[in-house]
Design a protein around this ligand. Structure first.
Ligand code: B3K
Ligand code: ZN
Length: 872
């Protein structure tokens, strides 16, 4: 198929102003009647044929202004409706299609999940319901009438406000929903099913009472309280932090168990993967609670950034996604510990986005070409998209940033906007030229910055030499220097922050804008050498190489006023050691003592912020080390190095670790709040390190903690420790866990994922056996991600088995999944994104597996695109 190019954007020749849908729900033959107010676009091609999108549709009836056109006047295929000579002015187009929700295994368009009818229309699902100009710049006002058998679907939900409902003969009923806000088709949604409702209200700052509803499977009502609370906090926060008030009388959330991603921000009717709604202390971990809070907020925040202001075309996806991720990160930062949230976000950014950007799937935050838009819901668009906005805020300052946001929200309300529109608001608000800044959206790859420092004790000057470089990425061999806002500080030998003066004595702000290939900055007033703390708070999403010594890093770990950089100093120490150890063996890699001392200091001070200490004690992951190595990666060597370092740290901190277990035990009943979660996080990393040697008595302690835990966080953390140590205890604990939660699919997903991540040669057979386990279902995206996704992305040594069996397995699953659900298949396949960095033997085997996928006769556009770019 032809690729779509940003440079070829033009308006639709025919737009739709209002949509009246009449949908009669039926398991296999749902009848959709659409009455569309169509008009030619003033900037479109006059007299052009009408061309609407379709996907797998059959047209049952058509009328133009109430009259059936002659058969030769139009052409309707599964994927297109063409009317050769449409009326020159506005007209009413009536279309009738019949769709089969039960047979819809792609989970795009209208489908069924455990008997509930639901929809997913972003990016291009609406065209699987009716023919339509299915593109985000066609905004219409929707009225939806839904009819169903009352017993099968007592609940009927649509976008906007409920305007009418009633019973019909023969046990049937209907509801009519009207959404007054013009919206693109991708925000359309409906739900019909037998669901329980948890309701509440929220009063907006202007006094409007909004009815809130969360709809879940019967019997799960008691698992919605946290999501509801998170929703109300999100609504309040968005008023306070961004001035955004909710704009309908109702806000509904529906949890379904078959869903391709996390959730969807349909106007007034968010549909969620139930994993991001349901939580009780015994079913969800602290991490689950935090994810629920973040995703509830994210989807709610889309009401303004995404829905009120939408995207002109799918190239602008980051306009809504990057911005909304930035907003949800800020929200979680305000709800929890800001520094810890930042650390968690940067960890995720590096492990997902940096890895993506360093391989064949690298693309700009605003791509310029795509074959399949579903493959661009990536860490780059989302997470790097959010980083760019954070960097912009550092560059222009918080006040100008807020003015720019306010301007954007007012100026573009009701628009389908572009990234240029967005950035123009900040240029105007700050009075700065942001042309160079815009390169962040156009250039792919992670900028690399090298920092060297010079101290002249006689002159009392301290000079920072900065240099930026850009590696080639697919389609971009040569790049221009970008503007990188680097927050920084200088720390004196006493550990105190030094004032910042230039050579001529002028005070300077704590941000260097590195906007050329090279730049040097000299500071005066430093008779003794200060230590540079740079890229504080990870102000620019870059790979940073400094000339800081291990001693400097140890010093920063203790004294840096920036909590993020205290953590980063420890990570850098660990990373430097692990990279060296992976190349030449642990014995030859230094830095362990300094690292262990820094960790001991963190533990001694852990009372101040246990969650921070937990982050510090969590070593870089195996894939982090692989990314640092970049080439000739041997996952077994990395695993061995990491294991050896854990043991070395353990032997130096042993007593402190076991003390931490009692010192930070959480008193009283479980509460998901950040403080309690931080204590549990610290105890659980301490436990993991303390038991890392696998001594029988220690494992017995872990097993007891597993058994006696009164919440899922501690129970599962202990199980995860046990899982790393082979033996009968492990198998017994796994079996007991399974028995205990046998009726709870979401919890068994954890059980599947944990087993798939065991770093042992027997794991692949275990995973294959689990494919046949009743807890697994090939048709459910959560199960697939838990078992296969966790194996491919979370188990470096076993996915990358030296015999290639891990690759072959993933290829098989992808080939088997693709005909049913291309989106999920393509997502799984992207686990190969770093294959080129592997050592030669594994590289050859990975290539062979990718080629096997490529050679499959009938591939979806989704998988074909990922495989082609991976091999390309
Ligand atoms: N906008 C949706 C993602 C849709 C993915 C389509 N393949 C969820 C979100 O980002 O909020
Ligand atoms: Zn989003």
């Amino acid at each position: 198929a032809k690729p779509v190019k940003l440079s070829e954007y033009r308006v639709a020749d025919h737009v739709v102003k209002t949509v009246h849908l009449d949908i009669v729900l039926h398991p296999t033959a749902t009848r959709v009647t659409a009455v569309l107010a169509v008009e030619p676009h003033p900037q479109g091609i006059a007299g052009a044929p009408l061309v609407f999108d379709g996907d797998g549709l059959t047209l049952a009836a058509i009328a133009i202004d109430g009259r059936t056109p002659a058969p030769e006047a139009y052409e309707a295929t599964a994927d297109r409706l063409v009317i050769h000579n449409p009326p020159a002015g506005p007209f009413r187009l009536t279309l009738e299609t019949v769709v089969d929700p039960q047979a819809n295994t792609q989970l795009m368009g209208l489908y069924r999940s455990s008997g509930t009818w639901c929809t997913q229309c972003e990016a291009e699902g609406f065209r699987r319901i009716t023919y339509f100009p299915d593109r985000p710049d066609v905004l219409a006002v929707y009225t939806t009438r839904i009819e169903a058998e009352k017993k099968a679907a007592p609940v009927l939900l649509g976008n906007g406000n409920l305007v009418e409902a009633g019973d019909l003969p023969h046990g049937r009923h209907y509801a009519v929903w009207h959404d007054p806000h013009p919206k693109p088709s991708y925000l359309f949604a409906l739900v019909g099913g037998d669901l329980a409702e948890v309701s509440d209200t929220f009063t907006t700052r202007s006094g409007r009472v909004v009815k809130l509803g969360i709809f879940v499977e019967h019997g799960k009502e008691d698992r919605c309280a946290y999501a509801m609370d998170a929703l109300k906090r999100s609504m309040r926060w968005d008023e306070e932090a961004f001035g955004c008030e909710y704009d309908l009388d109702v806000f509904n959330i529906v949890a379904v168990s078959d869903f391709n991603m996390g959730a969807m921000e349909n106007k007034g009717l968010n549909i969620f993967n139930d994993k991001y709604v349901l939580a009780l202390p015994d079913t969800a971990t602290d991490q689950d609670y935090a994810a629920i809070e973040a995703i509830i907020a994210h989807e709610y925040f889309h009401n303004w950034t995404g829905n009120r202001i939408t995207c002109r075309d799918w190239f602008q996806l980051c306009l809504k996604e990057g911005l909304t991720v930035f907003r949800d990160q800020e929200f979680s930062g305000d709800m929890r510990s800001r520094a810890v949230k930042r650390i968690a976000d940067v960890r995720l950014l590096k492990s997902h986005q940096f890895a993506e950007d360093a391989g064949p799937l690298s693309h700009p935050v605003r791509p310029e070409i795509y074959h399949e838009i579903n493959n661009f819901y990536t860490a780059t668009v989302y997470e790097k998209g959010a980083e760019i906005i954070r960097a912009l805020k550092v560059l222009i300052g918080a006040e100008a940033f807020r003015r720019g946001m306010d301007l954007y929200l007012v100026r573009h309300d009701g628009d389908a906007a572009t990234v240029e529109d967005f950035i123009a608001c900040f240029a105007e608000a700050s009075g700065r030229d942001l042309t160079q800044f815009f390169l962040w959206y156009r250039q792919s790859g992670t900028p690399q910055v090298a920092v060297a420092t010079r101290h002249d004790p006689v002159a009392g000057t301290f000079t920072v030499d900065l240099k930026q470089t850009h590696l080639p990425t697919p389609g971009q061999d040569v790049k221009q220097p970008m503007v990188l806002p680097l927050a920084f500080g200088l720390i004196g030998p006493d550990g105190a922050e030094r004032p910042l003066f230039t050579e001529d004595g002028k005070a300077v702000p704590g941000v260097i804008a590195l906007d050329a290939a090279q730049k040097s900055v000299t500071f005066s007033g430093h008779p003794t050498r200060p230590v540079l703390s740079i890229n504080r708070g990870f102000s620019a999403p870059i790979v940073l190489k400094t000339d800081l010594t291990a001693a400097d890093l140890g010093f920063l770990a203790r004294h840096d006023g920036d909590a993020y950089n205290r953590w980063q100093a420890i990570q850098t120490l660990a990373t430097d050691h692990l990279v060296a150890a992976s190349r030449k063996g642990a014995a030859l890699a230094g830095g362990v003592d300094i690292l262990a001392d820094a960790l001991a200091a963190v533990l001694a001070d852990a009372g101040r912020d246990p969650a921070f200490a937990a982050q510090a004690l969590t070593l870089p992951s195996e894939s982090d080390i692989a990314r640092e190595l970049g080439a000739e990666v041997d996952p077994d060597a990395i695993h061995a190095a990491r294991r050896a370092l854990r043991l070395a740290i353990r032997s130096r901190l042993d007593g402190t670790l076991s003390d931490a277990l009692s010192r930070f035990a959480t008193p009283g009943p479980y509460s998901p709040d950040a403080a309690a979660a931080g204590r549990r996080a610290l105890c659980n990393v301490a436990l993991d390190l303390w038991a890392s040697g696998g001594e029988a008595d220690r494992l017995a302690t872990v097993a007891a903690r597993h058994r006696d835990a009164d919440n899922m966080t501690d129970r599962f953390a202990a199980l995860a420790v046990l899982a790393q140590h082979p033996g009968a205890d492990r198998e017994a604990a796994l079996e007991a866990f399974r028995e205990r939660y046998r009726a709870d699919a979401l919890i068994l997903d954890k059980w599947l994922a944990l087993q798939a991540a065991i770093p042992e040669a027997a794991t692949l057979d275990r995973v294959k056996a689990l494919l046949a386990d009743p807890a697994f279902a090939m048709t459910n995206p959560n199960r697939l991600r838990a078992l296969v996704g966790s194996f491919a992305s979370g188990n470096q040594t076993q996915f990358n088995r030296p015999d290639g069996a891990g690759y072959a397995f993933l290829a098989e699953v992808v080939i088997a999944t693709d005909p049913r659900n291309p989106q999920v298949a393509a997502r799984l396949l992207s686990a190969f994104r770093s294959w080129r960095g592997l050592e030669a033997g594994r590289r050859t085997l990975a290539r062979a597996a990718l080629e096997r996928v490529a050679a499959t006769a009938t591939l979806s556009a989704d998988v074909r695109d990922i495989v082609a770019r991976s091999l390309g």
